[in-house]
Design a protein around this ligand. Structure first.
Ligand SMILES: [Zn+2]
Length: 294
């Protein structure tokens, strides 16, 4: 009995000792955690905060990185709502400094983003995190402060997603609906004609820019530049205004009507894709192009 009792006491004693050691360890570790939390809190107050946006609403590089990371799922959800359709493959977003990561000869100071579509039909959108964006969203900005030469991060992202959607429309026509896509849009060219290549790019960029303007993420174009002569298409200085500004105005009535009649942008895109792209003459005279569409 005594022995038994002794054992019990010993066991109890051991348990008690064990418990109290654990409790003091727990107390010590809790104190350490609290101490660390207080230290981090004071460090956060003392250390300089990372600036995400300048006072003039221009985004910093870190601000651009954060905006893209935070909103990547939201971009796709909102895009799908706007086009009333589904994006079927993965769209990944990456930010990088184009100046630091591009070969000097190939660096284009105007480039804000580009898209890379893989063989498996997923895509990666690369966004330039140099401080070139006037802000995050034009729609929610104080618009009186900006003009048509200001470009916003959200507009850039939606422009690039529209490039991907344009590609998805080509896939849908060819693989699902059995509608022939003109060779200049699906890239199957035997003897490429530079005029038709220009026309195809004019239409693709025009759709992307039309879209960001329609959803209010890009300032309304007031300059209204319009090419007058075929020689204008040869001038590098005019390329931006023709391919990115005039093109969206050129397509506006047609695409507005398509959305109004069918409720979706994609049926208008289908019509453009099954017809050969506009020639220089047809870009100068829109009626010549739109009257021949089938
Ligand atoms: Zn583009």
């Amino acid at each position: 009995m005594v022995k038994k009792f002794g054992v019990v006491v010993n066991v109890n004693g051991y348990i008690k000792k064990g418990l109290s050691t654990k409790f003091s360890n727990y107390l010590n570790s809790t104190m350490t955690v609290i101490f660390h939390k207080i230290l981090i809190f004071f460090l956060l107050l003392v250390l300089p905060q990372e600036i995400l946006q300048h006072e003039n609403s221009k985004l910093t590089s870190i601000g651009i990185d954060n905006c893209i990371k935070k909103n990547e799922a939201e971009f796709i959800r909102e895009f799908q709502d706007l086009v009333k359709d589904t994006i079927y493959n993965d769209v990944f977003f990456t930010t990088k400094n184009f100046k630091k990561t591009t070969d000097k000869k190939q660096y284009d100071p105007m480039a804000l983003a580009y898209i890379d579509i893989s063989k498996s039909s997923s895509c990666e959108i690369f966004v330039n995190n140099e401080e070139k964006f006037s802000g995050y969203s034009y729609k929610s900005a104080n618009q009186s402060l900006f003009d048509e030469y200001d470009y916003f991060l959200k507009a850039t992202v939606f422009h690039e997603i529209m490039h991907y959607y344009f590609y998805q429309c080509i896939l849908e026509m060819e693989k699902i609906r059995n509608i022939d896509v003109d060779d200049y849009y699906d890239g199957i060219l035997t003897i490429p004609n530079p005029e038709q290549i220009y026309g195809a790019k004019f239409i693709e960029e025009g759709i992307c820019e039309y879209f960001v303007q329609r959803i209010g993420e890009s300032p309304i174009l007031k300059n209204n530049y319009k090419p007058k002569f075929k020689s204008d298409f040869m001038l590098k200085t005019k390329t931006f205004e023709i391919q990115y500004a005039y093109s969206s105005i050129y397509l506006k009535d047609f695409l507005d009507a398509s959305i109004e009649n069918s409720g979706r942008l994609k049926y208008g895109i289908f019509i453009l894709l099954r017809n050969p792209p506009p020639t220089y003459e047809e870009i100068l005279n829109p009626d010549l192009y739109f009257n021949r569409l089938k």
